[in-house]
Design a protein. Structure first.
Length: 251
């Protein structure tokens, strides 16, 4: 038909989009509160921070999630309104069609750009603080990752395997390398995520609160880089002990 176009009949898709819109906010808390089994069998909340560093990571994650959720609801809401309003099969005169809106397009370009710029600045600041190892750490643990175990060397030269023993109230330096393939050390409760590459030494650090400020003394460690068929079993623990209780490790 000349001068007229036929719209798509999208009314049958409205329940699907509406279900997605309702389900997303319901699923988000599950993603924010993912839990897993620790090496000793106890459940631990992955995103529950135990020090300031991990708290900063969680705050940044939450900020990003809330912004993403807001954008999602806005975009999907507008989409649903459009689908419902023009849901019937009908013809629309071409002269009534909207070919664009310059002001709206400019606004919808500037706002996301500002959001990305702001998140980029905040993320860069957080990364600088997290990755810059202080010169006055109390001691340094030397870690070698291999399939499928973490070897930890202490200041006295003694070693443990798949167990990180740290003293309460201390700043801990980390150096890590890989022996065979690429691994990644992940200690979510203390804000640590660092690659272990063969032939390269990477550094990180984290602070350990006093035991009186913690709700336990054992925390989960996981390899976060696929490193072979046994990757899923490459887990370890961080054990927080009182200062001076392990002279065999710290002197």
């Amino acid at each position: 038909m000349r001068g007229r176009v036929k719209t798509l009949g999208l009314n049958k898709f409205v329940p699907v989009w509406f279900a997605i819109l309702l389900a997303f906010p319901a699923v988000l808390p599950l993603a924010l509160a993912q839990e897993t089994d620790t090496a000793d069998g106890d459940l631990e909340w992955y995103v529950e921070p135990r020090n300031e560093k991990a708290g900063d990571i969680k705050s940044l994650f939450n900020l990003t999630s809330y912004i993403a959720l807001g954008v999602f609801v806005l975009v999907e809401g507008l989409l649903l309104v459009t689908i419902i309003r023009w849901r019937k099969n009908k013809t629309v005169p071409q002269e009534e069609e909207h070919r664009g809106h310059t002001t709206a397009e400019i606004i919808l370009t500037i706002i996301p750009a500002l959001i990305l710029l702001g998140l980029g600045v905040v993320s860069a600041q957080a990364l600088v603080v997290m990755d810059e190892v202080p010169e006055d750490v109390d001691y340094t643990l030397h870690v070698e990752a291999s399939q499928f175990i973490f070897q930890v060397e202490y200041p006295t030269g003694n070693k443990t395997f798949s167990e990180f023993i740290v003293e309460e109230g201390t700043d801990v330096g980390l150096t890590i390398t890989g022996k065979d393939v690429i691994h990644a050390l992940w200690i979510p409760s203390f804000g640590i995520k660092i690659d272990a590459n063969p032939g390269r030494l990477n550094t990180q650090w984290f602070d350990v609160p006093m035991l009186s400020e913690l709700d336990g003394d054992t925390y989960h460690v996981q390899c976060a880089e696929y490193c072979g068929n046994g990757h899923h079993g490459m887990v370890a623990t961080v054990k927080v002990v009182p200062q001076g209780s392990r002279p065999d490790l710290f002197g």
